[in-house]
Design a protein around this ligand. Structure first.
Ligand code: NOJ
Ligand code: CA
Length: 712
């Protein structure tokens, strides 16, 4: 239901400052004009300023910019209060409740050209965007930059990563705003690409904490037909300015009126938990655009995958270089004996998935071209229809069907995106012919067309083209190395997850992800949507496979379990090898039981960089799952289960770090215990250094009520 109240404040030549308050009165927003008639806004939480005056505007080429000289033609406010149900999600129903201020701005000096600024003020934040309606004086135009300012009021703590237009796979830094300096990354040799333009530039989303206790998150929503936004930090004045990813010739976007930009968002609360609970980014996206969504389902999967990352197997079939699609005779090549994606090995995973109730099996390295895929920047690396000689697509289709398991396709594009687009229909048709209905796509390396970047307008449009075309084929997409999600899965829920951050795989072959990493991601990358983080690694140490290797996962085993709850995604991988799970069936039980789609979510405790505790209720079930994680500091916490149905008794299975567990010295030590619990129970949890706790809470059978003891 939409309750909408419209007030019209008719045209004036000078804008008297317009102030609106959020529905429950928590936030207020004022929009005014500077002396040269540039629009600016301020935001406050109660009496506390969140954003001091920040100017708004868009720079364009060849015609005058949308920066100053505006008069207000119209100011309209309205109140919206509606609810909608996501296809897959953290909660069953989402309330979309905001007050809107829509300012129609006219530029008399540019033949009365019109730009609209729309602000939506929620109780937890604001979203605003630029709109260019169809008009005689504006048709096709080139955006050369955006001047959106976020004027922070102090030297806040900030979680950030370098403003790289080509990758999000960085560790986070935690500094003051005055300390933002990507030179530290350069010194450590940790800058991946040339796509970073300045040491003070950071990627969005950023999470900040002010000295007076405000948690402020800046991001964007509904990124479509526009480049992704970074922020340039003025380390003296704490003014943050938008920087858009450029295209090959340095322009930022090509728009044709009518057009809108993505929403610029500020979420703010005195409670960190409320930042994580916010659905504002989703609410700012367009409603569902697909009619039939019956084929979009949560997916728990395993895959021929981690064994390549720990180098027990290889993606490539032969140890040669300079192979050519369409010319190389793959049958004539000598197999290297380590190829992972063989028919036999895939069957092991299919059997394992069937036995333990997983929906899907991902297989990477099944198609020809991996001999030569990395670092070559050549156009024709892969087709997406030719299997290696030892991967029998037909037989595996038969076998998977017999076992009731779905195979998951892998399309590594190696960022040769024109090549991929040319073949997309063929690739999707091949998938459907062989029974695949989900694809993991990948964009490793530099983009072709040359000069484009992963986060530019051209690529943003590519990801969406791939997703909307996939929808025509009823295919779900999990994109890796793509631009960070901005809530578009509300509109196209077949974009089931993305990587777009530093995933668990970094723990396999690099300095890895520091213990705080997973406590930051929900405040940053996951604000825009689900991540295919690939948790569930049980064999923490790489030396297990090769005594010379020192890499390790920087968590305890139990923290890996807790990630299934703290890291929201309707697509969840059990990423380790079947053999490693079979060695620990009792701990594996949690991964088998945990849901991937939810009716309800409670963010119980959260502090970015330190800890997170979340409980979620499984979709259409009475079961709850709880995950608690901590950074490098051990942590004790008491968690009241007051969210449980007061009339019911439940069996809580607690997967806890052993008393002597530690992510470095003793990461795989755990203790499992079972108890009766009720809504009055408070669990006392003890988390090791970079440890966690995972709890399944399932309604008790009469027999269990008799047999088990009440938790004390
Ligand atoms: C990077 C992806 O994130 C990873 O999951 C995949 O295995 C490799 N690319 C190869 O495509
Ligand atoms: Ca990756």
């Amino acid at each position: 239901m939409i309750r909408s109240l419209i007030t019209l404040l008719i045209c004036c030549t000078v804008l008297p400052a317009q102030t609106i308050t959020s529905p429950a009165g928590k936030l207020s927003l004022t929009v005014s004009m500077t002396a040269d008639s540039t629009p600016q806004y301020t935001l406050s939480l109660g009496a506390t300023p969140v954003a001091a005056p920040g100017r708004l505007g868009i720079m364009v080429k060849d015609i005058p910019s949308f920066l100053s000289g505006f008069v207000v033609a119209k100011a309209e406010t309205s109140l919206v209060d509606e609810s909608w149900d996501p296809v897959l999600g953290e909660v069953k129903t989402i309330r979309n409740h905001y007050r809107q201020l829509k300012l129609t701005l006219r530029q008399p000096a540019v033949k009365d050209r019109i730009m609209i600024l729309t602000f939506r003020l929620f109780d937890e934040g604001v979203g605003f965007r630029y709109e260019f309606p169809q008009q005689d004086n504006l048709n096709y135009f080139t955006v050369t930059g955006e001047r959106t300012e976020f004027a922070m009021t102090g030297d806040h703590r900030i979680f950030w990563m370098p403003g790289d237009f080509d990758t999000n796979e960085y560790k986070y830094a935690e500094t003051a705003l005055s300390g933002v300096d990507a030179a530290a990354y350069k010194d450590r040799g940790e800058i991946f690409t040339a796509g970073i333009s300045g040491n003070s530039m950071v990627q969005t989303p950023i999470q900040m904490r002010s000295k007076d206790g405000l948690y402020i998150n800046i991001f964007e929503a509904a990124l479509n037909n526009y480049p992704a936004m970074c922020l340039d930090v003025d380390t003296k004045s704490f003014l943050l300015r938008s920087v858009l990813a450029p295209d090959a010739v340095g322009n930022r976007a090509y728009l044709q009126a009518p057009a809108v930009t993505p929403w610029r968002t500020i979420i703010v609360s005195r409670k960190a938990e409320e930042v994580l609970a916010s659905k504002m980014i989703l609410n700012l996206n367009e409603p569902l655009k697909l009619t039939d969504v019956s084929w979009i389902t949560p997916v728990k999967y395993v895959g021929v995958w981690w064994e390549m990352h720990v180098d027990v197997a290889s993606w490539n079939y032969a140890d040669v270089r300079n192979v050519r699609i369409g010319e190389t005779d793959w049958n004539a090549l000598k197999p290297n004996g380590r190829h992972g994606a063989t028919t036999a090995r895939t069957k092991v995973y299919i059997d394992f998935a069937a036995k333990h109730g997983f929906d899907g099996v991902l297989v990477e390295g099944w198609n020809v071209g991996w001999e030569d895929w990395f670092g070559n920047w050549k156009e024709q690396v892969f087709d997406f229809i030719t299997p290696y000689p030892d991967f029998d697509v037909k037989e595996l289709q038969r076998y998977a069907k017999e076992k009731g398991v779905k195979l998951i396709m892998h399309h590594e594009t190696s960022s040769s995106v024109t090549n991929y687009e040319r073949q997309l229909d063929t690739a999707y048709r091949f998938m459907k012919a062989y029974g695949y209905d989900a694809v993991k796509s990948g964009y490793v390396g530099k983009i072709i067309p040359r000069g484009e970047v992963h986060d530019g307008q051209w690529m943003v449009n590519h990801y969406l083209r791939a997703v909307t075309k996939a929808a025509e084929y009823k295919i779900m997409v999990n994109s890796h190395e793509s631009v960070r999600p901005t809530g578009i899965q509300r509109t196209y829920p077949n974009w089931i997850a993305a990587e777009a951050a530093r995933g668990n795989e970094f723990n396999a072959w690099s300095s890895g992800n520091p213990p705080a990493h997973e406590t930051i991601l929900p405040f940053t990358r996951l604000m825009g949507g689900p991540m295919d983080y690939t948790p569930g690694i049980f064999q923490i140490k790489r030396s297990f496979y090769d005594p010379k290797r020192t890499e390790q996962v920087h968590t305890t085993l139990v923290k890996q379990l807790a990630l299934y709850v703290t890291m929201y995604s309707p697509l969840q991988m059990a990423a380790d090898l079947p053999e490693n799970y079979e060695a620990k069936p009792d701990a594996f039980q949690f991964i088998k039981d945990v849901a991937a789609d939810w009716d309800d979510t409670r963010i119980l405790e959260a502090e970015p960089g330190d800890y997170i505790t979340i409980a979620r209720k499984a979709k259409n079930k009475e079961s709850w799952f709880l995950g608690a994680i901590t950074d490098e500091n051990p942590r004790k916490t008491t968690v009241p289960l007051s969210f449980l149905d007061a009339k019911k008794k439940y069996v809580a299975t607690i997967y806890a770090d052993a008393p002597d567990a530690h992510y470095q010295t003793n990461p795989m030590a755990y203790v499992i215990s079972r108890h009766l619990v009720t809504g009055k129970t408070a669990l006392k949890l003890s988390l090791a250094a970079s440890g966690g706790a995972a709890v399944s809470i399932i309604p008790a059978t009469p027999q269990e009520e008799k047999q088990l003891k009440l938790y004390k």
